[in-house]
Write a protein that binds this ligand. Structure first.
Ligand code: NIG
Ligand code: FE
Length: 410
């Protein structure tokens, strides 16, 4: 599957399948289902026997899906895939009692990955990120968000974003890039966080002009930036027409989610310490709550995000891997969905919506995440009896076949 795609033709019929369309409030199951794609789009979905005659005559190619279950392609809406090195030493320190915060304050944490990233060639960064992306793709991921944030200089952030863009051009997966310059204060700005924020704001036009930025993110935390510093970054993003997202309320409540919502953030991510005010603000702005159970697990946190309150308020919930070397060194979106159920109490249906339709919304992409006419033809075929198994198995599930933009990955 790595890299090559088979050629596409115009009208294709995909039949002999059970569809979990995720249209409406439930699974949207269609037994004996069929899909018609026209190039990169789905143009018809339904029971095979209901396929209109006029459509049948137009079909150029027919694909038998062998009775497999088909779902929308999976969407990992929060990753930090481009970085150098690893932090297994910090993992050991934390197991001996050190905290994420104490390691960060001692100059480790994000800063140690920044040093390793700056020391890596662009080609090495690309090859490592490519390996990670391929692992995610084996589980049926067809859209992937990649943040910068381990460069923290204009040149290094641009390098990481270029690597992310190149991945999207080299692999059969859609890549959305997010500029996360406000991830940590780099050593050369030690004690000068406000000056660093001014620099980050200054870099936005250059990065945007190079087409490297689909959204702007920041880390609002005691180890990173205050809400008022984040606000300056968001103002610069808005001035350049870029949507924002925020790492918010992960280890402390900081009011970041409400601030992000006031900028119509696409999403607020983590949210363990989100309060009612933040939930109301997110509901009003339509921001998606992106939960990261793998980081909660890996940092051995105990404060759970307010899932029931989010549900009651009707805030859409997404789940992502947050793949990064510090707090979530994993590469399974399905395990993240499983953990969202076991650790945070999501129902399997909610967990699958969280890695498809709601994840799409967290990226501001309304053309994917469900199997309905008009959506992009991104779908995955599974050797499973029921789609709830996507959140049930802890490992070992692979997509049997993956179709991206109407073309099957080989
Ligand atoms: O999403 N919270 C900020 N960023 C990452 C952690 C980054 C790191 O520790 O390297 C996260 O958890
Ligand atoms: Fe993150």
């Amino acid at each position: 599957m790595d890299g090559t795609v088979t050629p596409n033709s115009s009208h294709m019929l995909w039949h002999n399948t059970r569809l979990a369309t995720l249209e409406g409030k439930g699974w949207g199951m269609i037994d004996d289902g069929a899909l018609i794609t026209d190039g990169a789009r789905i143009v018809w979905v339904g029971r095979h026997k209901d396929l209109p005659d006029a459509m049948t005559q137009d079909i150029d190619e027919s694909h038998d899906l062998g009775g497999l279950l088909v779902t929308p392609g999976l969407i990992d809406c929060h990753t930090h895939l481009v970085y150098g090195g690893h932090r297994s030493d910090e993992f050991e320190l934390r197991l001996q009692g050190a905290t994420y915060e104490s390691i960060s304050r001692a100059g480790g944490g994000i800063r140690s990955t920044v040093a390793a990233t700056r020391a890596s060639s662009e080609q090495l960064l690309f090859e490592r990120a490519m390996q990670c992306a391929c692992v995610l793709m084996r589980e049926g991921v067809t859209t992937l968000e990649i943040k910068s944030g381990y460069g923290l200089s204009l040149a290094d952030e641009a390098r990481c974003l270029r690597v992310a863009r190149r991945l999207g051009e080299s692999l059969p997966v859609s890549v959305r890039t997010t500029f996360l310059g406000a991830h940590a204060v780099p050593t050369e700005f030690d004690g000068r966080a406000d000056e660093y924020i001014a620099a980050v704001c200054d870099w936005i036009p250059a990065l945007a002009a190079e087409g490297l930025v689909d959204a702007v993110d920041a880390f609002c935390d005691t180890t990173a930036f205050t809400a008022s510093q984040v606000q300056r970054v968001f103002e610069a993003a808005r001035a350049h027409g870029l949507p924002v997202k925020l790492h918010a309320e992960q280890r402390v409540g900081s009011g970041g989610a409400a601030l992000a919502a006031s900028f119509d953030a696409l999403s607020c991510d983590h949210l363990e310490y989100l309060d009612d005010n933040g939930i109301a603000a997110m509901k009003a702005s339509g921001s998606v709550a992106v939960l990261i159970p793998t980081a909660y697990y890996f940092l051995r946190e105990s404060q759970m995000p307010p899932v029931s309150a989010l549900r009651r308020a009707g805030v859409p919930i997404a789940v992502a891997t947050d793949h990064n070397p510090g707090s979530s060194p994993g590469l399974s979106l399905l395990l993240a969905a499983n953990m969202a159920c076991t650790l945070f109490g999501l129902k399997p249906l909610e967990a699958v919506q969280a890695i498809t339709v709601h994840a799409a919304r967290a990226l501001g992409m309304h053309d994917r995440g469900r199997l309905v006419a008009g959506q992009r033809a991104d779908f995955a075929a599974w050797d499973l009896d029921h789609p709830n198994e996507l959140a049930y198995w802890m490992s070992g599930v692979r997509a049997q076949r993956v179709i991206v933009g109407g073309t099957e990955r080989s």
